[in-house]
Design a protein around this ligand. Structure first.
Ligand code: COA
Length: 180
């Protein structure tokens, strides 16, 4: 497997062109929520970066930087009200960089960042039943498939299942201790 070094950092306005170039891909969009724009213009990138830059710190969204360029993104959406102990994780990567193990490492790093910076008990992700690569990423990063939410979503006109994967703070603490 080809390995590539990457860096996670906060988004900068100067990322907008590279963001649009990598995000403007139907094969990326097909696996994401419909609020992700398609086609994805540089202006969509600018709007996204301005929107997340205005949020309170610590940052919930990170750019995935390869060879100095922002080529993907990962973020959490902390839940509210009685679910304020959990957050949803979402991510994507430019197609040129797929299948090099990047996202598995990125997800692990984001899990650590999240538990270090937010008082959350649980991080979950809900890939579509057909998003096999994403499910593999979550499994390789130590997530557990807790449930299948049958017929929970519609994508491209088809009713689809969502697979609910989770990672708990207790698990993260156990892993950190195990390392030393
Ligand atoms: C899902 C995604 C983030 C994966 O990123 P990545 O850096 O390629 O992931 P990794 O290389 O760490 O792991 C991908 C795994 O999926 C496997 N895979 C890829 N396509 C596959 C397919 N069609 N069927 C089965 N396995 C597949 C790879 O072989 C690899 O597993 P392996 O290490 O056991 O060989 C990337 O494909 C992507 O951005 N897709 C579009 C958006 C998306 O799906 N986002 C997630 C929404 S929940």
């Amino acid at each position: 497997m080809e390995t590539t070094t990457y860096k996670l950092r906060e988004w900068q306005l100067s990322d907008a062109a590279s963001l649009a170039e990598n995000a403007n891909n139907i094969r990326v969009w097909n696996n994401l929520r419909d609020y992700f724009p398609h086609p994805y213009s540089e202006n969509d990138g600018i709007q996204f970066i301005q929107m997340i830059s205005a949020k309170p710190k610590p940052a919930t969204d990170m750019a995935i930087v390869v060879d100095g360029k922002a080529v993907g993104g990962i973020g959490i959406i902390p839940r509210t009200d009685v679910e304020r102990v959990s957050a949803e994780l979402g991510y994507w990567l430019g197609e040129k960089y797929w299948n090099r193990g990047i996202m598995t490492q990125v997800v692990k790093e984001m899990v650590s960042y999240t538990f270090l910076n937010f008082p959350l008990q649980k991080i979950y992700a809900t890939p579509f039943g057909f998003s096999i690569a994403s499910q593999k990423v979550l499994e390789k990063a130590g997530f557990e498939r807790e449930a299948i939410l049958k017929k929970a979503a519609i994508k491209n006109g088809k009713i689809v299942d969502e697979y609910y994967y989770s990672f708990f703070r207790t698990q993260w603490i156990a892993n950190v201790h195990h390392r030393f």
